[in-house]
Design a protein around this ligand. Structure first.
Ligand SMILES: Cc1cc2nc3c(=O)[nH]c(=O)nc-3n(C[C@H](O)[C@H](O)[C@H](O)COP(=O)(O)O)c2cc1C
Length: 200
């Protein structure tokens, strides 16, 4: 099993809710699958640039003698390959609407012919596997009056579905800013959710 673990929180592992939950989940997956290979990416510590002309050229480029383009192509291929190789993707992300670091990671690989393809009938997805979205927010968006404000779980679920991964489990620690009781309840119920989740 190949696990791709991605974190996008701006806080360090002592303070971040999503880093704590995503690392617990990956540890739990690793215990259940001792031969698993784990690739870890910290998008806050090592952010990708916004898509620019070099990156755009790298998507379609042939081997290049231009050093900058060749390096960008190598990096782009590595990003595509690690996503294609993953049987399980674990994404830890706070709600900053959608963190721009995470959006940039998606933008870098959302390329027709790589992660999905187009046919005469429309898009054809190319990935498979399972995704866990570990999300955290100050407010509550899974229900109630602010449900329409949740563009994070909806966006990430849609993009992974579009890539071909229909098995997307959303685990939310919500209402972190609503006081200590809700904070505790949110973290406890989020952790319980993935511990109940089937592994196969
Ligand atoms: C820059 C920034 C933007 C945020 N935007 C929102 C928001 O739009 N809605 C919300 O409910 N919480 C928002 N929050 C609160 C975080 O989502 C919340 O603290 C979350 O638990 C952070 O996850 P982390 O601890 O893993 O970093 C924001 C926090 C920061 C620092």
């Amino acid at each position: 099993m190949n696990i791709l673990h991605i974190d996008a929180s701006a806080s360090d592992s002592n303070a971040s809710h999503t880093r704590r939950l995503s690392s617990e989940l990956v540890a739990w997956l690793g215990t259940a699958n001792p031969d698993a290979t784990i690739v870890y990416r910290d998008l806050f510590a090592n952010p990708l640039p916004h898509v620019d002309t070099t990156i755009r050229d790298a998507w379609t480029g042939e081997d290049s003698s231009d050093t900058k383009l060749a390096e960008t192509m190598r990096r782009f291929k590595a990003l595509v390959d690690e996503l294609k190789a993953a049987d399980v993707v674990v994404v830890g992300s706070p709600m900053f609407t959608v963190p721009s670091t995470l959006k940039a990671r998606v933008d870098h690989v959302s390329i027709a012919g790589q992660i999905f393809g187009y046919t005469a009938e429309g898009p054809r997805d190319l990935l498979s596997g399972r995704v866990y979205l570990i999300l955290s927010s100050g407010g509550i968006y899974s229900r109630g009056p602010f449900a329409a404000y949740d563009h994070l779980s909806t966006y990430l679920t849609a993009i992974f579905n579009f890539f071909g991964i229909q098995d997307v489990e959303v685990i939310q620690a919500e209402g972190i800013a609503y006081g200590p009781e809700q904070h505790h309840a949110a973290m406890t119920s989020a952790a319980k959710k993935f511990r109940r989740s089937p592994l196969d």
